[in-house]
Design a protein around this ligand. Structure first.
Ligand SMILES: Nc1nc2c(ncn2[C@@H]2O[C@H](COP(=O)(O)OP(=O)(O)OP(=O)(O)O)[C@@H](O)[C@H]2O)c(=O)[nH]1
Ligand SMILES: [Mg+2]
Length: 373
């Protein structure tokens, strides 16, 4: 399983070509570890070893070009494309122009991390919502499935659909970084063979470095791919120790605020929400349960931020804030119930006929969308 067609050794954890000459380079593995790995038929590079055992990341630079190179190859294949999006960050998971790369191949859309959304939400309704979001971005998937790779929810249903749509072809799993492609493939492997956590997964963006081919029963392959990493993703802008806020691990408990126009919510010192025009309403905030939300008066909010960001308002700390881009504001007026999304961080429901302002570090997208809930 670790050998590619041209006889290079590859890391089963991240797909990198194994080498033992450049300790700083991608795929570095000490010679002794190579021999041991080959004997057990489970060869992992040093970076994967550290990630798997110590949860440490050795940064490597994989850029959009590397990702596009892999995507470009897919258009020439005859395959089923399993396109994974993170339901907690749908807009941040959409790949611009995906249909161009996919060619004529059918697309199965998978909304992953459904475990993060309130249990009370009907899954059929959510599936429709995810499909609508994809349609609005110009995608026409054959089918849409909602899963939790981590909890292994709906994996059997997904496998049935994959078998139905692939018609004896290879299956490429694609999506931006951190949506859970490798976790999903691990869930499939676990379901089919009982082997646990074969591929390396982590909360750090850019975990998978190259294609990883998993053989299927009929001689075809299930292929994991590296996800595109955007420089302007929240996951990149925040210091790594706060990644758990961007990739929450437990069901989000929405927090409700009765707000009058002229009130502000701070999300730590990372982002801010102003209610500018509208009647007194309930707002629901969907963010990691551990993220501090602090309410204050809009008129005083700038001053409050200057004074308290990095201290009363955290994360991040004052020193870390100095390394981050400043908050930038984005104004919206909505006529229908909507969500104001701070991409990668979460969202706040906004009532019809109101004006609001969202603030996020410069570069991070802030947008409004049709309300999910
Ligand atoms: N809550 C939740 N977290 C998940 C789920 N699937 C994956 N994750 C988490 O999301 C993070 C990224 O998972 P990966 O499987 O490494 O993501 P990836 O898409 O392979 O990322 P790259 O290899 O960088 O492209 C990890 O912290 C996972 O634990 C899920 O179903 N629910
Ligand atoms: Mg991966």
């Amino acid at each position: 399983m670790t050998e590619s067609s041209d006889d290079e050794l590859r890391c089963i954890g991240c797909g990198a070509i194994i080498q033992s000459t450049d300790p700083q380079g991608v795929g570095y593995t000490p010679q002794s570890a190579i021999e041991k790995g080959l004997k057990n038929n489970q060869l992992y590079c040093q970076r994967c070893f550290r990630l798997r055992h110590y949860n440490e990341i050795a940064p490597v630079s994989l850029n959009d070009d590397d990702f596009l190179r892999v995507l470009n190859q897919i258009g020439n294949q005859d395959a089923l494309i399993v396109y994974v999006v993170d339901v907690f960050d749908v807009s941040g998971s959409l790949i611009p122009g995906l249909h161009r790369f996919v060619g004529k191949n059918p697309v199965l859309l998978v909304g992953n991390k459904e475990d993060l959304l309130p249990h009370s939400l009907r899954r059929s309704k959510l599936t429709d919502w995810v499909r609508q979001q994809a349609n609005a971005a110009g995608l026409r998937p054959r089918d849409t499935v909602l899963v939790s790779a981590k909890k292994r929810h709906q994996i059997d249903q997904l496998l049935d659909k994959i078998d139905h749509y692939r018609q004896g072809k290879d299956v490429y799993v694609v999506g931006v970084t951190n949506v859970g492609k490798s976790t999903l493939i691990n869930a499939i492997i676990k379901q089919r063979s009982g082997i646990q956590d074969l591929i390396t997964t982590s909360r750090f963006p850019g975990t998978t470095l190259d294609k990883i081919e998993i053989p299927l029963d009929d001689g075809h392959k299930l292929i994991d791919t590296p996800g595109i990493v955007h420089e302007e993703q929240m996951a990149h802008i925040l210091p790594p120790k706060y990644l758990k806020i961007v990739a929450p691990q437990r069901e989000i408990k929405p927090r409700t605020y009765q707000l009058n126009a002229g009130q502000t919510l701070f999300l730590g010192a990372i982002a801010r929400f102003d209610y500018v025009v509208g009647s007194r309403e309930g707002f629901e905030a969907y963010f990691d349960n551990g993220l501090m939300i602090h309410r204050t008066k809009l008129a005083n909010a700038d001053h409050f931020y200057q004074k308290h960001a990095g201290q009363l308002l955290t994360p991040p700390t004052r020193t870390e804030l100095a390394q981050m881009p400043p908050l930038e504001h984005h104004e919206f007026s909505v006529t229908h119930k909507s969500d104001l999304v701070i991409e990668g961080l979460g969202w706040i429901t906004v009532p019809a006929n109101s004006s609001v302002v969202g603030w996020a570090p410069k570069g991070v997208a802030v947008l409004v969308r049709k309300a999910m809930i």
